[in-house]
Ligand binder design. Structure first.
Ligand code: UD1
Length: 417
């Protein structure tokens, strides 16, 4: 099993480029099913979750070619409408294939994604919306069997602005007659990226970035080209790393608007952050102040996907920072590993109180989930002494060779077997 060997205490200096967003590339790859022609997708990061999405597309019968960061998906050759259980389990967000498979094939057989390290992952909002659009849904031994009847556009009111449900409805709505309105839609930037792609595949769609999205169906079979937007969570991760370790780094391609809340917290903590035409420049002396209360919320609130990384930085900030996690039930599992490194964290339900200590100490720790793993890397790089970070397959789901990016900035981090 691979692990990271980290010698902490190095300041980070230089430039790093942000890759294409994982949470954008996954729904866009699923959306390629709607265009039965050649889909040329640029800026596709080489991630474990992207490989899982490719496996699903191949299973369905798509032709796929990778040249560097460009993936070409030919979905003209699709032959199947089912996704087997082992492929569904590889990646929890595989449920994003439900909407496009139904839209393309008129039916779908998928397995429920089940729970994951972040807690239960219900898909009730996805399914109730699909049935409102005219899809008949049946459960058989964990399998979800969907048959599209006469799919008509409807007004769908989401009880919670779920990112995945908003995307699945946008994708399924392309097969509906008439207009679908998603009310209380998620507003994450990745929704906007999916909207841009769907426009190219023939949908008339508007409203991304607001809480109401309108879709008038459309599918096509032409050559479509799209570049995935930069990953705001990767950018936020680098910001937290520099804040915690100290140094000066230009984060190229970062979209400042997408990471406003993280920038604001780290500015409060005493980091110097400048936005220029090349990206976001962050400077830190590694001595941070507490950041008050951080509350995770749907976008444009503070992202749950950056909570763990900011917490790693808060472990060495003077005073107490309180984290309130509102999105996922089980998103403090990294705290027990941070404690091994000497952090002072008290968790009670949805709240974690982090009181900064002068020093973290290197330790042997295990990743509990993707962003929790990113937090451990930050803590280890800012700690005194050596750390071993196990179970880094979690990190590989969402960061392309993280150790190379940090090494290029001067960190002492190595992948070992
Ligand atoms: C997406 C992101 C994930 C991010 C999350 C929140 C992708 C591939 N993943 O996940 O990285 O952490 O948004 O920003 O884009 N819920 C229900 N019923 C549903 C759907 C969701 O109760 O049918 C609940 C979930 O359990 C969770 C909350 O809603 O508590 C947020 O989930 P959602 O916004 O759907 O997140 P994902 O799309 O799964």
């Amino acid at each position: 099993m691979s692990y990271f060997a980290v010698k902490g205490g190095k300041k980070l200096r230089g430039e790093v480029s942000v890759c294409g967003a994982k949470n954008s590339v996954l729904p866009i790859l699923a959306a390629t099913l709607l265009n039965a022609g050649e889909n040329v997708i640029h800026n596709c990061t080489d991630l474990r979750d992207v490989s899982s999405a490719i496996k699903i597309l191949k299973h369905l019968g798509c032709g796929i070619k990778r040249e560097g960061k460009t993936l070409t998906v030919d979905s003209g050759t699709i032959k199947r409408y089912d996704v087997p259980e082992e492929l569904m389990r590889e990646m929890r967000s595989s449920v994003i294939f439900l909407g496009p498979v139904i839209a393309r094939c008129g039916k779908a057989r998928l397995f429920a994604p089940g729970g994951c390290e972040l807690g239960p992952r219900p898909i009730d909002l996805h399914l109730s919306a699909l049935s409102k659009l005219g899809v008949k849904i049946e459960y058989r031994g964990g399998e979800i069997i969907c048959e599209a009847g006469d799919m008509r556009g409807e007004d769908i009111v989401l009880g919670f602005p779920s990112v995945g449900a908003t995307e699945n409805i946008m994708l399924a709505a392309t097969a509906c007659r008439g207009t679908t309105r998603i009310i209380n839609a998620a507003r994450e930037p990745e929704i906007g990226d999916l909207q841009e792609f769907l426009k190219k595949t023939g949908a008339v769609i508007s409203g991304s970035g607001t809480n109401e999205i309108t879709v008038v169906g459309g599918k096509t079979d032409k050559r479509v080209e799209h570049t995935v937007l930069p990953d705001r969570i990767e950018a936020a991760t680098y910001l937290c790393a520099v804040a915690a370790c100290g140094g000066e780094v230009l984060i190229k391609n970062a979209v400042p608007e997408h990471i406003k809340t993280v920038i604001s917290c780290l500015s409060d903590a005493g980091c110097g952050i400048e936005i220029n035409k090349n990206g976001v420049l962050v400077k830190s002396d590694g001595r941070l102040k507490s950041m008050g209360k951080i509350v995770t919320m749907p976008y444009p609130g503070f992202p749950t996907d950056a909570q763990a990384q900011l917490m790693a930085a808060a472990c060495k900030a003077s005073g107490t920072t309180v984290f309130c996690e509102n999105i996922f039930e089980n998103r403090f599992r990294h705290t027990s590993e941070l404690l091994r490194m000497g952090a002072d964290i008290k968790v009670s339900g949805k709240t974690a109180c982090v009181t900064g200590t002068d020093t973290l100490f290197g330790a042997s720790v295990g990743c509990t989930d993707l962003r929790g793993g990113a937090a451990l890397a930050i803590a280890a790089m800012s700690a005194r002494g050596e750390s071993k970070i196990r179970d880094i397959y979690h990190i590989d789901r969402g960061y392309e060779r993280m150790e190379e990016a940090y090494s290029s900035l001067g960190a002492d981090i190595e992948r070992k077997e």
